[in-house]
Design a protein around this ligand. Structure first.
Ligand SMILES: [Zn+2]
Length: 301
């Protein structure tokens, strides 16, 4: 039995995603701590045991070792295989959506930036400039591969997304006299505008807010809090409370820490961006035409 080429390529996209996801785990763990993402190799966070190659195979090692460190038997978080599997599925989705094209490359790059940004925002409530600024640049430059029109849309998208969120942030500060939006969010919106163009920006804002509100309310209802569990005393508290220039100036949020009704907004923006990028044609078929046009702008056509 021979597998058709398309199946091979789909499997290749998935496996490539698993491998990239394994690297993104390192980025998620080390970048917020200011550590090198290249050196040293992966280690057990508890005993420092350096992982051999066969302990570092995406997904499989976690399953074979039954989610424990081989040296000290410390449990290994399900987060690692989750990020690998998620990236694998998103790479596969990119392949199914775009096929062999420059848009496929841009889709993979977008996933490569959004996955670590989302998980770092979940963990630390920050969207590091080390990811948002290169992502913004890659989004604009790679648009040039698709031609001058795409390049113009990318620049417009980045500028419009940034200015809209910057305006919103300023307004919230002036009117409500409080921090309503993380300052890092406008850089993520700029990144998404660079990759998606200006057309779906309104849909992006709408989708991310609606989905965030629905899930946040459900979490409040069933779990009593929407945000992450309160940090263990002395362990993660300094990290969570540490002000970061990507999120807000130190004078603004010096003693701010997430309350029970807070959810970081970055993951919702990322989710909405991926939905619009990967499910665009599907949404256009399923949704009433007017709603699809509102959500996706020019992408629907
Ligand atoms: Zn260990």
């Amino acid at each position: 039995m021979t597998m058709p080429l398309n199946l091979w390529l789909a499997a290749f996209a998935f496996v490539l995603g698993l491998l990239v996801g394994s690297f993104l785990n390192v980025v998620i763990a080390r970048l917020p701590e200011g550590q090198s993402i290249v050196y040293p190799g992966s280690r057990c966070p508890r005993c420092g045991h350096a992982l051999a190659w066969f302990e570092n195979v995406p997904l499989l090692s976690w399953l074979v070792l039954r989610s424990r460190c081989r040296a000290c038997r410390a449990p290994i978080s399900a987060r690692y295989p989750t990020v690998e599997l998620l990236t694998g599925c998103l790479f596969l989705a990119c392949w199914l959506r775009f096929g062999m094209s420059w848009s496929l490359l841009r889709g993979l790059l977008l996933v490569g930036f959004l996955v670590p940004l989302s998980f770092i925002d979940l963990d630390h409530w920050l969207l590091p400039f080390e990811l948002t600024i290169p992502g913004l640049a890659v989004g604009i430059l790679s648009a040039a591969l698709l031609g001058m029109d795409a390049l113009r849309d990318a620049v417009l998208g980045a500028a419009a997304g940034f200015l809209f969120f910057w305006g919103l942030e300023t307004l919230v500060k002036l009117v409500l006299r409080r921090e309503g939006l993380g300052a890092g969010d406008k850089w993520l919106v700029a990144l998404l505008g660079a990759f998606l163009g200006w057309q779906p920006l309104f849909g992006l804002v709408l989708l991310s807010n609606v989905q965030g509100a629905v899930v946040g309310s459900a979490l409040l209802l069933f779990r009593g809090r929407a945000g992450p569990a309160a940090p263990a005393p002395g362990v993660t508290a300094p990290e969570v409370a540490r002000p970061h220039p990507a999120k807000a100036g130190p004078e603004e949020e010096d003693d701010w820490s997430p309350g029970p009704t807070h959810l970081p907004f970055g993951p919702w923006l990322a989710l909405a961006g991926l939905e619009l990028a990967l499910l665009g044609p599907l949404l256009a078929r399923l949704l009433p035409e007017s709603l699809a046009r509102v959500l996706m702008g020019g992408l629907a056509g």
